[in-house]
Design a protein around this ligand. Structure first.
Ligand code: SF4
Length: 489
């Protein structure tokens, strides 16, 4: 008997090949990244807090491998008149579903709650609640409401009484319900087939979730580098249509493909092996810069559960900055920057340090400056005593990203203007490869460990890794500025 679960249903709806691989080729699954593991652990904590909203609820054994025991436990609890169950187990049509919360109403009907550590309903939540409703109603439970319990963006620490919001998805769930039986049958047929399904790459590989089998499938389809996935701003349906026709290489994209202006420029430059550099535009950008030029980069964390005053779910906590200052005489100064190293609130210290290290004049250059400006804006709102000097930083910002969005196009950037794509092409001597912390997500995970570990050696090594990473971000901007200056000579 092929048994499905609601999570397998969701995986199969994303991609039948992913479902097949997750079931028959688990050896291909990479271990979850530390960032992914952190998301899971935050999800568990959110689930635990959600249960506290249902006093007296009974938790059914959670071990997914012991679902038969959980089935018995659920039946016994319901027979004994339990009003609220957490993780109750039901099976219908060879499909297992376990609700985060199942609550019995006075009229004998039930409300099912799905708890998610995000901030609102998404299409996949409807599929999730629909397959659960299908299983519960098939097991004889009348379902009155199907509800998403998600984090409330209006909640502000320390008052967590309104941490959750409810979204009643009963109507869309009922509309989806007639599809469920047919889809389950299709997915069971996929699993029963010893042959791996021949599904093409496409938008499904990243939506609604990043598929962990992507490296395997890229190899299977011999995805060239670059490929149609690198065409910027291409409509996903247009890209999928090309892939369905077997077109993966940029060389094979037909002349009549709808790529949009940015995609057409990328393809034209790729095919001709040329760059498009608007020297006048870059010169105008450079002329806006006033010495001393401050190259600034923040690292922030955004935990699902707020723990600092005034912050809500996923509220931003700036915990580190790096700052290089280029003086008019050519001298490059690397300031100490800032890295918060304990569980206290970093915002007052980071604001004070920022004000001490950034002088009262000169431009402030950031890559995607709207982010740095918003961090400073939030610090100014939270710390009124520093608001005036912090707000004076805002008009001094100049965005380096503008250059690579508007004035400098190299097909080697692979259709991206991100510093992670631009830097290896223009400054190959600098790179993020080999760093213990190599991206913003890694930095968040490293910082979460840094502020909680009691091991001084580990703390020191994490602090070094974070300083190396953030420092490289600002040094990269300095080097890119040099390249641009040379380009305009
Ligand atoms: S990488 Fe794409 S095609 Fe391959 S299993 Fe995942 S979603 Fe399916």
């Amino acid at each position: 008997m092929t048994t499905l679960s609601k999570s397998k249903y969701l995986v199969g709806r994303q991609c039948p090949k992913r479902l097949w691989l997750e079931t028959h080729r688990r050896d291909l699954l990479p271990p979850p990244s530390p960032a992914r593991a952190r998301v899971f652990s935050q999800g568990h904590e959110v689930g635990r807090l959600a249960r506290e909203r249902f006093p007296g609820g009974i938790l059914i054994s959670e071990d997914p491998l012991k679902w038969r025991a959980a089935l018995t436990e659920t039946t016994e609890a319901l027979s004994a008149g339990a009003r609220v169950l957490f993780e109750p187990c039901f099976i219908h049509d060879d499909t297992i579903a376990r609700a985060d919360v199942l609550s019995r109403n006075d009229d004998g009907s039930f409300d099912v709650y799905e708890v998610k550590s995000n901030t609102g309903p998404k299409p996949e939540h409807i599929l999730d609640l629909a397959v659960q409703t299908y299983v519960y109603e098939g097991s004889g439970l009348p379902i009155r409401r199907a509800v998403l319990m998600h984090l409330n963006t209006s909640c502000r620490y320390p008052d967590l009484s309104n941490l959750f919001s409810l979204a009643d998805l009963t109507d869309p769930v009922r509309r989806h319900l007639p599809e469920v039986a047919g889809k389950l049958a299709e997915l069971k047929a996929v699993l029963d087939n010893p042959q791996e399904p021949a599904v093409h790459l496409g938008t499904r590989c990243a939506k609604p979730y990043e598929c962990p089998f992507r490296p395997y499938c890229d190899g299977l389809w011999m995805l060239p580098d670059p490929s149609v996935f690198d065409i910027p701003h291409m409509h996903p349906e247009q890209r999928d249509a090309l892939i369905e026709r077997g077109i993966l290489a940029l060389e094979d994209v037909p002349a009549d493909a709808e790529l949009g202006p940015q995609g057409e420029r990328f393809l034209r430059l790729h095919r001709s092996g040329t760059k498009e550099i608007d020297v006048d535009g870059i010169r105008t950008w450079l002329k806006r810069l006033v010495y001393p030029i401050h190259f600034l980069d923040f690292e922030t964390d955004a935990p699902a559960l707020p723990r600092l005053e005034g912050l809500g779910p996923f509220g931003s906590i700036p915990f580190q900055f790096s700052l290089h200052i280029l003086h008019e005489d050519g001298r490059l100064e690397e300031t100490p920057g800032f890295l918060h190293q304990d569980l206290s609130d970093p915002r007052p210290a980071i604001a004070r340090t920022l004000l001490a290290q950034i002088g009262s004049s000169g431009s402030i250059v950031a890559y995607n400056a709207s982010f740095e400006k918003s961090v400073i804006g939030k610090l100014a709102t939270f710390l009124p005593e520093f608001a005036m000097p912090l707000n004076l930083f805002q008009p001094r910002f100049v965005d380096l990203l503008d250059i690579f969005r508007k004035h400098y196009f190299d097909p080697a950037f692979k259709g991206s203007s991100s510093i992670k794509h631009v830097l290896p092409v223009l400054c190959p001597e600098l790179g993020y490869d080999g760093l213990e912390v190599g991206n913003g997500e890694d930095a968040q995970v490293a910082w979460a460990e840094l502020i909680s570990t009691q091991d001084p050696d580990r703390k020191a090594s994490l602090a070094k890794a974070l300083r190396d990473y953030c420092g490289l971000d600002t040094l990269a901007m300095v080097r890119l500025h040099e390249v641009l200056t040379r380009t305009c000579r």
